[in-house]
Design a protein around this ligand. Structure first.
Ligand SMILES: *Cc1c(COP(=O)(O)O)cnc(C)c1O
Length: 228
């Protein structure tokens, strides 16, 4: 198992390096989040042993089950799925970072729970750049208001923005969405003058090379790592 997993991880790292170099960026500036939502714990442990330190899950209960016992403390677990406010307490028992902040009620619930457990919580705001009806994420025009709300939250640490590209046959069709998230980030950064918003979490198995070319600092890759 470890041998082929190793090869897949090496291949993903190679794609990341190629895309970063192509756009004149440092491959080390791109964080690889291994999306483990479809695999069992032994595979996750093997990936950790092979050097991966960031993992992503999209359901609270699955993450709680899969990450008990927890990985060593240098591992990070990212919440990348829609988060209900009634799952916030359970979620923060396992996640170290929330990427799917998309509404004021969630900001308030996260801040309250982070305060209760006394832990500052890094978050990303998820934006529905493509404007798809069924997709999670705030509308682009709501981003600025949510940023302000997060910044007013004592226990939340705003790191940047996240988006999920639309499901399309041709990955190149997603490029404008990734470029859109980056320019939205640049715009709010200029307007509000304040937050650094360094993190752009965008790109999955089908499109992470394109996302990196468009400025992703974090890619969330599941199948390319875990699917034999
Ligand atoms: C499942 C998932 C991924 C990983 O998708 P792959 O196509 O398996 O790489 C990335 N981001 C989110 C939000 C996901 O739900």
């Amino acid at each position: 198992m470890a041998a082929t997993l190793r090869q897949r991880i090496d291949q993903v790292r190679h794609v990341i390096a190629t895309a970063a170099n192509k756009s004149g960026r440092d491959p080390a500036a791109v964080t690889l989040v291994a999306v483990s939502k479809t695999v069992d714990r032994p595979m996750i442990d093997a990936a950790y042993q092979l050097g991966l330190r960031h993992f992503g899950e999209n359901r609270v209960q699955d993450a709680v089950n899969r990450f008990d016992p927890p990985l060593p403390p240098d591992a990070e677990l990212h919440m990348i799925g829609q988060l209900q406010t009634n799952k916030v307490r359970l979620g923060l028992s396992v996640f170290t970072m929330i990427e799917s902040v998309d509404r004021p009620s969630l900001v308030q619930a996260l801040d309250k729970e982070a305060a209760r457990i006394g832990r500052r919580l890094p978050v990303l705001i998820q934006v529905n750049v493509a404007g798809e009806d069924q997709k999670a994420g705030c509308a682009p025009e709501q981003t600025s208001g949510l940023i302000q709300l997060v910044q007013e939250s004592a226990w939340l640490d705003l790191r940047g923005l996240m988006t999920i590209g639309p499901l399309v046959d041709e990955p190149e069709a997603i490029r404008p969405v990734f470029a859109g998230l980056r320019s939205l980030r640049d715009q709010v950064r200029d307007n509000d003058g304040s937050p650094s918003l360094d993190v752009l979490s965008m790109g999955m198995t089908n499109d992470y090379a394109i996302a990196i070319e468009e400025g992703a600092t974090e890619v969330r890759v599941g199948r390319a790592i875990f699917q034999p």
